[in-house]
Design a protein around this ligand. Sequence first.
Ligand SMILES: [Zn+2]
Ligand SMILES: [Zn+2]
Length: 569
Amino acid sequence: MAKKRYRRWKRRDKRVPKSPVTLIPLGGTREIGKNMTVVEYGDDIVVIDAGIAFPDEELLGIDLVIPDIDYLLENRERVRGIVLTHGHEDHIGALPYVLPRLNVPVYGTKLTIGLVRKKLEEHRLVRQAKLNVVSTESRPIKLGSIAIEWIRTNHSIPDGAALAIHTPAGVIVHSGDFKIDPTPIDGRRTDVSRLSALGEKGVLAFFCDATNAEVPGYTPSEKVVGETFDQVFEEAEQRILIATFASNIHRIQQAIDTAVDHGRKVAIAGRSMRENTAVAEELGFLKIPKGTLVELEELSRLPDNKTVLLTTGSQGEPMAALTRMANNDHRQVQIRAGDTVIISATPIPGNESLVGRTIDNLFRLGAEVIYKEVAQVHVSGHASQEEIKMMTNMLRPEYIIPFHGEYRHLAAFLKVVEEMGYNRDRVIIPEVGDRIEVSRGRGVINGQVTSGPVFIDGLGIGDVGHIVLRDRMTLANNGVLVVVVVMDKQKGKFLSGPDIITRGFVYVRESEALLEQARKQAVGVLKEIEEKHITEWSVIKAKIQETLGVYFDVVTGRRPNILPIIIEV
Ligand SMILES: [Zn+2]
Ligand SMILES: [Zn+2]
């Protein structure tokens, strides 16, 4: 069957030779986060998603990481728009940094655009933004020679979609982040009939979410969590607190529904959750029965067994509401013995110890803590192996490009589709910036474009690079030692100093002898410099650094950053 189809394509190709479509991941491959993929055909460029990544621990002081968009800026007159799969930060979070430099139209489903609008309002960028709401029911949006169609999928945020990207070279399907949930909370099932129809017609390439490619079987339905909530509510005698992702509207819906069933009122703590629930309710994605929601202050006046508190902090984020409560540092809520706290989330890689600490602290305060390891209070929003196979079977793409995964996830994905009979040369695992060219019967990586991470630190975008980060790292690891001298440059004489100031190197009060010895070493070098009539700053600095560097290495085994400062008079 597949062979026949392939031959037919080949024949057709001879009649109408088509140039290939170019696909460039600018982020989101061999990494989780900062998703951005370029689709390019002829004069037209369409960008899929514009996400952020959170910094690794070694990126000291960095707030966020976004994709490098130089390639898009160089080709700005060809960029027709940015199309969004769903409203998670790793797919929309970079828009406030991208749009001021590349103000192209943005397209997404209702909730996705609602969340983008909120985000742009915060950055005071909403007025100039060209936001367009699309629907999974409407006709494809034409952007030059490329037409985009949104297809319903399930995920841990409502209104998510896969994209069918119709190009003259063939159809590209981008899964977005997806799972196949047969019993979704909002009744909005993955549109398998549309996906199968695309498969029937022929899909050239398929970008597939590989997050859970290591996980066998099916990802459980979101509904399972509601059942667990019900059991927990049944047993809880006092207050119930539920922490989850602020964007997991389905989860929030289930918490509210369970609260209503058990005659409890609900309050919300944490700014991001308040904002997201407000947007979701306004747009009809969250249904809160009248009289259910109360203010946080009101909650304390109700009997304990009549209350539920929904809160942020499921990742142990230091400033989030639950973390503060666990630290006994929240203005309005104190954790008490008898409270039941549900952590309805899984730690994002890197956050495990923060979440662990929050759970420890909650237990210490006497709460009963229920988390993923002890009850099914969380399910993933991403497809496991069997769903990846289902999706691939429906689409039967000629080429598969796994994304949304570290290399190990992509390697696991490769095994899954190889098991299905896909040859290795049909699976493309690009690096960020690779130009993938696909046409019928041909899929190759052909060169690279400018790409990489751009670091955001405070208001600065991209001004902190590897040199600054390296300095921060050595400062953090070794501390700094400043040597100040005053010099009469004309006479080549030192007038005062050396004074030594340190931070993060040794505790000064207990190291006076050490620093006095160091000062004497420095005096020795300065004398030598005077005698040799050395007046060149770089040489003077290097000599001070060398002498003190050797001295501290021998005496302490440490290598502080030595910063000579020469004041000239
Ligand atoms: Zn997502
Ligand atoms: Zn994602």
